[in-house]
Design a protein around this ligand. Structure first.
Ligand code: FES
Length: 563
């Protein structure tokens, strides 16, 4: 049992004669004097039985409680919400996805602060639950540790490994008559065979990997699948570790320093993770009071090569990565090459270097999944930041998921995702087109819905020479020459608002450019004649969100007015 000092929020709220009313409620939930006298540890549990990603998190919380009790604390769990992206995808539901990230942070902050907890273990799985939970940790700045719920196992169909992006692309293939309805149904049944998050290196697994790189979760905790017994061990150990953090007085902002974000970006680039991580790291940095910018991603992307071979750009899943050594193996390669900070502090109370030195790596061949920096899969990082006349404040392309480094094409413009999907379905989109999908940004969407339905339809339809540019987002499962997060977005009068059908668009990855090849005067003339569209929503959550959210280049963080 650890020795904890007396300056705990719970002591002020629940100890002493005058706090009898507060204590009465702890007694009424069955706590004894001994338990009330111990540090109160919150376990925020992003839980929902409406999808596979977070259905098992309550079970994990029971194991976390064992670890907390063993370390001398009193654990109490509360829920956080979940939006399952794969279920919202391609519908109005997807507008709530990014919105839910900030909502989760708010929910955890409110419950934690209102009840005067001393420390936090945050359990999350699906895409937005992870950054939402870590944002809350940075915000409340009490000893905290993050526990990932774990990904699903991959499925098998016709002898080949399949994950959720296969079914999205199969819909495109079905629409083009390439596969039958029966084949589509068989794949649907095979694609996600267990509970847990999406199995490839999509957003959930990317953010889990990044949580290790940030130092906010235990080394090796990102990669074991949800069904693995290792999850139970990590749950118990996370409960014990948060008690050690409380004893040492280590808080999230002691860990989430600028160097930790540089480490996280390096891991993102080396692994070729989801473009969503750019938004989420900017948002976590904002909550931690760290000045992080798109240029930091660009700088690190130039020096960190792609050394990991994972879906959707590559071949392997999180389960495969776990078998060869998980995220610590990736970080070890980066540390050996001097590409991450070894002296950054982590939730073990030790540095990144100390963690990596004591980690037990399986002695198995791993070059097919993780290579050394001197022998990479690609020379530069998995994500590249583009700027230019079409995106003056920046845009993001995932080069890990495409071999195309330059694309010139004619704009095929759609005001919204639905129109674009119909354009592909009807055959309106042709080889050589750049599909522009606008009014889907943070304010315009609102919530930057992900365009997986459209990108998967392009891939599924076999349109190999079609690119996409949008002020919305991509799913982590997207592959192909797709540019997202175009800032400023159309809804606030960014240049993307005045692109016309047939305009030439140039995506130039080598030179980090995204340009509209239209004379500047003409763009200015069009912008002068442009007027904002009426908001899509006038009441409710989405209307509130649209009025407060910042641009993608700033992490699409919800900002209070006038502060
Ligand atoms: Fe939850 Fe993919 S939809 S992780």
């Amino acid at each position: 049992m650890v020795r904890i000092g007396t300056s705990l929020p719970s002591r002020e709220r629940y100890h002493g004669v005058l706090n009898a009313p507060h204590r009465a409620f702890l007694r009424s939930i069955g706590l004894t004097d001994l338990e009330i006298g111990k540090p109160l540890v919150a376990i925020s549990v992003a839980w929902s039985e409406a999808g596979p990603c977070n259905i098992h998190t309550m079970t994990l919380s029971a194991y976390v409680k064992e670890g907390v009790r063993g370390g001398g604390g009193t654990p109490l769990a509360f829920p956080a919400m979940v939006v399952n992206d794969n279920i919202g995808m391609g519908s109005e539901g997807m507008r709530y996805s990014l919105v839910s990230r900030d909502l989760i942070a708010d929910m955890i902050e409110a419950q934690f602060m209102a009840h005067a907890f001393d420390a936090l273990v945050g359990i999350a799985g699906c895409d937005k639950t992870e950054p939402g939970t870590i944002m809350a940790m940075a915000r409340i700045n009490r000893p905290s540790i993050y526990l990932y719920a774990g990904s699903a196992e991959p499925g098998f169909y016709n002898g080949r490994k399949v994950t959720i992006e296969d079914i999205h692309e199969a819909v495109g293939a079905y629409l083009k008559g390439k596969i039958s309805e029966e084949q589509l149904l068989e794949l649907e049944k095979a694609v996600h065979p267990t509970y847990g998050t999406c199995a490839g290196l999509f957003t959930a697994n990317t953010m889990a990997s990044i949580s290790e790189a940030l130092g906010i979760s235990l080394p090796g905790s990102a990669s074991p699948v949800a069904t693995s017994a290792k999850r139970i061990w990590y749950a118990r150990e996370s409960g014990a570790a948060v008690m050690r953090l409380l004893e040492l007085g280590i808080k999230p902002r002691d860990i989430l320093k600028y160097e930790a974000f540089e480490n996280a970006i390096a891991v993102l680039m080396a692994m070729g993770g989801s473009t969503n991580a750019v938004l989420h790291l900017l948002a976590i940095a904002y909550e931690a009071g760290v000045k992080l910018e798109l240029d930091d991603f660009e700088r690190i992307s130039r020096k960190v090569p792609l050394i990991v071979n994972m879906r959707p750009g590559g071949e392997y899943t999180m389960m495969d990565l776990d078998e060869v050594g998980g995220v610590p193996l990736v970080m070890k390669k980066l540390l050996e090459a001097g590409l991450i900070h070894g002296d950054a502090l982590t939730v073990t109370g030790k540095t990144v270097k100390e963690n990596l030195e004591s980690y037990r790596y399986p002695n198995v061949p791993h070059d097919h999944i993780v290579r050394s920096v001197s022998n990479p899969f690609k020379k530069s990082g998995g994500i590249v930041i583009l700027k230019g006349s079409l995106a003056p404040e920046g845009a993001v392309i995932k080069v890990a998921a495409t071999n195309i480094t330059r694309f010139e094409g004619s704009a095929r413009v759609y005001d919204g995702e639905d129109e674009a999907f119909k354009g592909i379905e009807s055959g309106e989109v042709k080889e050589g087109d750049v599909v522009v999908i606008r009014y889907e940004g943070p304010k315009g969407g609102p919530g930057m819905p992900e365009m997986l339905r459209v990108t998967a339809a392009i891939v599924g339809a076999g349109l190999e020479k079609v690119a996409m540019v949008t002020d919305g987002r991509f799913s982590g499962a997207t592959r192909g020459p797709m540019v997202g997060h175009v800032s400023p977005e159309a809804a606030v009068g960014g240049p993307i608002a005045v692109v016309e059908n047939g305009d030439k668009i140039i995506i130039d990855v080598e030179n980090r450019r995204l340009d509209l090849a239209v004379p500047e005067d003409e763009v200015k003339r069009r912008l002068k004649n442009w007027s904002p569209r009426p908001p899509r929503y006038r009441s409710g959550l989405l209307a509130k969100y649209a009025s407060l959210v910042s641009q993608a280049s700033k992490g699409a963080v919800v900002l209070p007015i006038g502060i």
